[in-house]
Design a protein around this ligand. Structure first.
Ligand SMILES: Nc1ncnc2c1ncn2[C@@H]1O[C@H](COP(=O)(O)OP(=O)(O)OP(=O)(O)O)[C@@H](O)[C@H]1O
Ligand SMILES: [Mg+2]
Length: 313
């Protein structure tokens, strides 16, 4: 089976649906580096899903090219191309008549992997996405929405694809579970280091999960492609500035954690883990009406302190 991460290049990729005046994706050129998460974000109808589906050839290109590790998708056998790409969609699309284990084994079965191998791999992947082994024999209908999303993610990873396409994978999930899934996904990505194209219409999600963000405007045109920090600090134009929101200075605080600051000597105040973002720490301070926080490590031991002034500087 394939492995590791691939570089993905959109080269003037264009899609014009039949009977439509405007292109859905218009001369899109961008490079997603191997092992990076690129988030596509933009208004509804902006061409995000179309851009994603061009990659695994669910939709044919009108013009331009898309290359994976230097090879045009047009020069690859479409079945092999798709097997090498993990695809996660909002409705997950698990097979309802198959157990969780069988769902996860879909691609490995296509590669002719033996049953024992698939069982072991499936157990590993369940653990990786934070579900215990008792889930293996359950059916999709016996899972919560968030659990189904995790199984969908495990299934997409099962063939060890160098490239993952994720279309609003956490879209229909309540904010708390969603935040947990985002954390789980980022922890997972630290281990597996896939190249990921991740679609969302939620700019906060984009900032949280993206190494780089591609902001689309209507008509599938790229407005800006940059790191979250650069987009928040230097939006390319009015459209981007408006899209990221007037509170972009506040959003930028979510890009750093307390662990990155020069902490003061341990002191009193409400406890706050050093893995918290500066934004969350500030929110806690306001909520507790505190001037200082006691910063704790993984074991809850106080390792330092921060003041409001420090967080805002
Ligand atoms: N099969 C199709 N035939 C014709 N037009 C289509 C087709 N699929 C999508 N479109 C049009 O292409 C444009 C881009 O659609 P797309 O689904 O890529 O947007 P999107 O950015 O994913 O939007 P959303 O955030 O709502 O999911 C829209 O104007 C849409 O109406
Ligand atoms: Mg879409």
């Amino acid at each position: 089976m394939p492995g590791q991460a691939a570089e993905l290049v959109f080269d003037e990729a264009t899609k014009q649906y039949e009977g439509r005046d405007e292109a859905a994706v218009d001369h899109l050129s961008l490079t997603v580096r191997a092992g990076e998460i690129c988030v596509l974000v933009g208004p509804s109808g902006g061409g995000k899903t179309t851009a994603l589906r061009l990659v695994n050839r669910l939709i044919p290109l009108t013009s331009g090219d898309i290359r994976i590790d230097g090879t045009s998708i047009l020069d690859q056998d479409v079945v092999r191309l798709r097997r090498g790409i993990g695809y996660v969609i909002q409705q997950v699309g698990l097979f309802p008549h198959m157990t969780v284990e069988a769902n996860i084994g879909t691609v490995p079965r296509l590669y002719g992997r033996p049953r024992a191998w698939i069982r072991t791999r499936s157990a590993e992947l369940l653990e990786l996405v934070g579900l215990d082994s008792s889930y293996a024999k359950r059916y999709p209908a016996q899972l919560s929405g968030g659990e189904r999303q995790r199984v969908g993610l495990a299934r997409a990873l099962a063939g060890n694809p160098p490239l993952m396409l994720m279309d609003e994978p956490f879209g229909a999930i309540d904010p708390i579970v969603r935040a947990r899934l985002q954390d789980a996904f980022l922890a997972l990505q630290k281990e597996v280091r896939k190249t990921v194209v991740f679609v969302t219409h939620d700019i906060d999600e984009a900032i949280k999960v993206g190494d780089r963000i591609a902001i689309f405007r209507r008509g599938g045109r790229l407005a800006q492609y940059d790191t979250p920090q650069a987009i928040l600090e230097r939006p390319a134009d009015e459209f981007v500035a408006e899209f990221v929101g007037a509170d972009r200075a506040l959003k930028a605080l979510a890009l750093h954690t307390l662990a990155e600051l020069d902490l003061g000597a341990p002191a009193g105040g409400p406890p706050c883990p050093r893995t918290s973002t500066v934004r969350d720490a500030l929110a806690l301070m306001l909520q507790m009406d505190a001037q200082k926080l006691a910063v704790t490590d993984e074991r809850g031991v106080v390792v330092g302190s921060v003041t409001r002034e420090q967080l805002l500087s």
